[in-house]
Design a protein. Structure first.
Length: 91
């Protein structure tokens, strides 16, 4: 028999209640780090395109592809940060 019954407004006191959205924070951190890794990859691709481009048109086409990847990586990183903030607010 429990010592007392919790009311509907009292926060849970078990470990499960305290760890409510930690998985969401961890997931958001992983997604954010994946986006940061993508940004670093874009920098490396841009440097490589700058060194190995035969002419200006070749370099321009390579850098246009890098810009698309850069925007995607930035979006993934921002999504990860949104997941982290949501996890913090919900826990």
């Amino acid at each position: 028999m429990p010592d007392r019954i919790r009311g509907p407004t009292e926060p849970p006191t078990t470990k499960e209640g305290q760890r409510g959205m930690e998985w969401m924070i961890g997931l958001g951190a992983l997604v954010s780090f994946a986006g940061i890794a993508g940004l670093i990859w874009c920098v490396l691709l841009a440097l490589q395109a700058r060194k190995t481009a035969a002419d200006e048109d070749d370099m321009r086409s390579r850098l246009q592809r890098v810009v698309i990847l850069n925007m995607a990586a930035l979006g993934v990183s921002a999504l990860g940060l949104m997941i982290v903030v949501s996890g913090i607010l919900l826990s």
